[in-house]
Design a protein. Structure first.
Lengths: 291, 209
């Protein structure tokens, strides 16, 4: 059996081992490959960067559970960090499904610990999970206080100083949905189209291609797609001199690039091997050419 | 190197390794981790629903003053869905379903048409503001040509020959490019998940990074 035939019958466990090696080594010995921010990320960053303490709040919606945490948690933390650095009031919303609230709590707790001068209720608030999905999004457009009643900790919305004067979407400068599912489509339909609020999206790489159409049409302000989007946002924060924390997305990008190179190599070798083996079999008369 | 002393980090690390052991082959450790995950997910979801929904949205408004008796009607309507568990009373589910389907369709269809069709078609028009630079002009023409050719590909009431057939072929090229982009992004997503777990194992658990 020749090299190419053996290669085509390679046990997939060797591919797993190869991927593990190219992922682990750059995590221990970083290569420092450059990160170049793209337009969708710059657009979202610039939009938030133009806001300030006097602006209407930014609502950061947690739309992910632990299964997509590696991609989306760095985005959520970078967004929260950016808002708190600029002094923009932040409404952290625990999401439209029960599994998201734990992620939201983790994100706001970790980021707010780095900003001891920011006070809960005055600089940021945390709203819990409310069932109803589309009904919740529509209801926020009517009255936030009626929709939620209390914040995550049971404090009535009306008694939170930051939310005095914030009635509905008309008092919110931007909603960013950090989503591991199709929830940006709901925010697009029920919040942007119905009430005209600006929407930004931070999504998994799997979802990103579907949302480019809405970027092109101007329906989304900007988008962070996958770990790469998170790394680009961290890079923009660093370039401005803002505090970035540990930069988990940037740390992972070297591994991401090497793993992509390995996969591209395997695809090229796999295709080359297929054609070489087939040509050899034709020569030996195993396969007849189609007439 | 500073290995974590937190029992929770150790538990998460061991469960991660148990799940990854499936890459070698199915084994009792993987199945144990899978069952723990299923039980935990269900318990977590039920607890969140109980304390964030049933208690503050149903129990407290009904049983604590000021009583909101009007809530009885939607609660009863919702409870009718449980009729599905009985052959005798399964017809009860038709009423809440009628409300749900009617309301949801009424809310969704106009907004869906507006945001997914009308706004997208508008954005594909070749208006003068799309030709402000060379790159934006190329993008606008590509989007228009892509939309046009792809729609022709999905038009099945005419034989594919001459110019129509050629346009459909161009449509296939655009569809393939879209599939390629989607596949590339999917690979990126899966690798990202692995990177996240490896960061947890190497940083939070072993303290190597």
């Amino acid at each position: 059996m020749g090299f190419w035939q053996r290669f085509l019958q390679l046990d997939r466990k060797w591919i797993f081992i190869g991927i593990a090696i190219v992922v682990i080594i750059p995590l221990i010995k970083p290569l420092g490959l450059p990160i170049k921010p793209t337009k969708p990320v710059i657009d979202l960053f610039t939009y938030i960067d133009t806001l300030g303490p006097e602006s209407d709040p930014v609502m950061v919606v947690t739309g992910f559970d632990p299964s997509t945490m590696p991609e989306l948690m760095p985005m959520e933390q970078a967004l929260l960090r950016h808002c708190l650095t600029k002094g923009i009031p932040v409404i952290s919303f625990g999401g439209l499904y029960p599994a998201y609230i734990g992620m939201a709590k983790m994100a706001i707790d970790e980021v707010s610990a780095d900003f001891p001068d920011k006070k809960y209720g005055e600089d940021y608030v945390f709203l819990g999970f409310i069932p109803g999905v589309s009904a919740v999004i529509l209801s926020i457009g009517i009255d936030i206080a009626t929709t939620f009643g209390n914040d995550y900790y049971g404090t009535p919305i009306d008694s939170l100083p930051m939310l005095r004067g914030v009635k509905n979407y008309s008092d919110i400068s931007l909603v960013v949905d950090v989503s591991g599912s199709s929830t940006p489509e709901y925010w697009l339909m029920y919040a942007q189209e119905r009430y005209g609020v600006n929407i930004g999206v931070a999504c998994t790489a799997v979802s990103a291609p579907a949302f480019y159409a809405f970027l092109q049409s101007g329906q989304f302000v900007g988008m962070l797609g996958g770990l790469k989007g998170a790394a680009e946002y961290e890079e923009l924060m660093a370039r401005k001199g803002y505090p970035t924390g540990r930069r988990p997305a940037t740390i992972g990008m070297d591994s991401q690039s090497l793993a992509h190179l390995l996969i591209i190599l395997l695809i090229i070798l796999g295709n080359a091997g297929y054609f070489i083996v087939r040509r050899g079999e034709r020569r030996q008369g195993i396969i007849r050419r189609k007439k | 190197m500073s290995i974590s002393t937190s029992i929770w980090v150790w538990m998460a690390a061991l469960l991660t390794l148990m799940v990854y052991s499936f890459l070698y082959k199915d084994n009792p450790f993987y199945r144990l981790a899978e069952h723990i995950f299923m039980g935990l997910s269900l318990g977590y979801t039920l607890t969140i629903l109980w304390y964030n929904y049933i208690i503050p949205r149903v129990y407290e408004p009904l049983f604590l003053p000021p009583h909101q008796w009007s809530l009885i009607f939607p609660i009863l309507l919702g409870m009718m869905t449980f009729g599905i568990f009985s052959k005798k009373y399964s017809w009860l589910i038709k009423y809440p379903l009628a409300f749900y389907v009617g309301g949801y369709a009424g809310l969704r269809i106009p907004l869906l048409l507006q945001s997914w069709i009308i706004r997208q078609v508008e954005a594909s028009f070749l208006t003068p503001d799309k030709f402000t630079s060379l790159m934006s002009s190329i993008n606008a023409i590509l989007i228009f040509a892509g939309l046009f050719a792809t729609l022709i590909y999905f038009y099945f009431s005419k034989k594919r020959e001459h110019g129509f057939g050629a346009a459909a072929q161009v449509g296939i090229v655009f569809i393939m490019v879209a599939f390629g982009a989607a596949f590339g992004y999917t690979v990126m997503a899966r690798i990202s998940l692995l990177i996240g777990r490896m960061q947890f194992l190497l940083h939070d658990w072993l303290g190597i990074m």
